[in-house]
Design a protein around this ligand. Structure first.
Ligand SMILES: [Mg+2]
Length: 359
């Protein structure tokens, strides 16, 4: 089998409220991999708020696609090394890793379809059902928006909800968290996410203002580049730290682990060089008593979480319109049943390219 053709596109997907209060749209860089006598593979990367999607597509088209054409897509690890080791003089991660992720996900889709197995079973499944946490609560939401969103996820059975703590005043963040806790009652536990907005002292002060609320974790307290700072926060506060959505490789996660920067590790399959690397990060985490809680794109991350005994929840951010994909799993009783179709089980809806292609 050979890869004969790769088509890529940038899709612009408008957001609806409440997500639209913070983001007018998200963009997807979509890659469809065609083979000579085998199945087609779909991969994509999600660019939050649209940021950098055009650059990701250009990198994919000009630097990575030529490395895959004519190659056997079943040799995923070999092709991953070929892509990852390209351009060592100019790229490290970021845009290039988003592009590589989309192609790696497409290659695995072909492998699963060829084997006739869903990916989680191909990788050795531990479960066919993964609990999810509702996620959102952005800083631009009014309290009522946050509470309404949290209640919507709770009504879908989610026992966890994650909200942002973006106000510069730690007491205001506490007020918002308390309001959500009060509205949800004891059945739901909360996580909070600072999205890199704090420094070490600010994060410690914020955590002290929240530490009696039995939070599951405090996420990305400081700049993702600052592993030492994150570790200092983790040592100083009584809420477990989560981070990793902006880390791209096993090497970056090794540093997070060795420095004790986080208890929950959160690779994103669309950023951290695809399924191939995320699985390695998950195995590494298992050797160090770390839990893996994959970042967004739950429809893809489900397969990773269902194949790793140390996975803890997938992040359910309900942003995809119903006419974008076919095969999107539904949240029932706070969990997703992993799609049992061969590959990752997701396809673009028939006219999604025409409807959402960015202009
Ligand atoms: Mg986050």
């Amino acid at each position: 089998m050979k890869v004969t053709r790769i088509e890529s596109a940038v899709l612009a997907v408008p957001m609806v409220k409440p997500v639209a209060l913070s983001f007018a749209e998200h963009r997807l860089v979509v890659a469809t991999l065609h083979t000579d006598d085998g199945p087609t593979g779909l991969g994509y990367s999600l660019c939050f708020g649209g940021g950098g999607a055009e650059a990701v597509q250009v990198y994919l088209e000009t630097r990575l696609k030529p490395l895959l054409l004519g190659e056997d897509p079943l040799f995923v690890e070999r092709l991953w090394e070929k892509m990852y080791r390209a351009d060592r003089g100019i790229k490290r991660q970021g845009v290039a890793a988003y592009a590589l992720s989309a192609l790696d996900i497409g290659l695995w889709d072909i492998v699963g379809k060829t084997a006739g197995l869903p990916l989680y079973k191909l990788w050795g499944a531990v479960t066919d059902r993964v609990d999810a946490y509702g996620s959102g609560g952005w800083g631009d939401y009014a309290i009522d928006d946050v509470v309404g969103e949290a209640q919507k996820y709770a009504a879908a059975g989610c026992r966890y909800y994650k909200m942002k703590i973006h106000d510069p005043d730690p007491r205001e963040n506490r007020r918002r968290v308390e309001a959500v806790l009060k509205a949800l009652g004891e059945r739901v536990r909360l996580m909070v996410d600072a999205n890199q907005k704090l420094d070490v002292l600010g994060a410690i002060r914020q955590a002290q203002a929240l530490e009696d609320l039995d939070l599951v974790w405090l996420e990305e307290p400081v700049l993702a580049d600052d592993v030492a700072g994150c570790a200092e926060v983790a040592r100083a506060i009584r809420i477990p730290v989560a981070t990793g959505e902006n880390a791209y490789s096993r090497y970056e996660f090794r540093e997070l682990i060795e420095r004790g920067a986080a208890r929950y590790l959160m690779p994103d399959v669309c950023r951290a060089n695809g399924f191939s690397e995320t699985l390695k990060i998950g195995r590494l985490a298992a050797a160090h008593q770390r839990l893996l809680s994959p970042h967004v794109v739950h429809e893809l991350s489900l397969h990773v979480a269902a194949a790793l005994p140390n996975a803890f929840l997938v992040e359910y951010m309900d942003w995809a319109p119903a006419d974008l994909f076919t095969g999107l799993p539904h949240c029932e009783g706070g969990a997703f049943r992993v799609p049992d179709r061969p590959g990752h089980g997701i396809a673009l809806a028939p006219d999604a390219l025409a409807r959402y292609r960015a202009r």
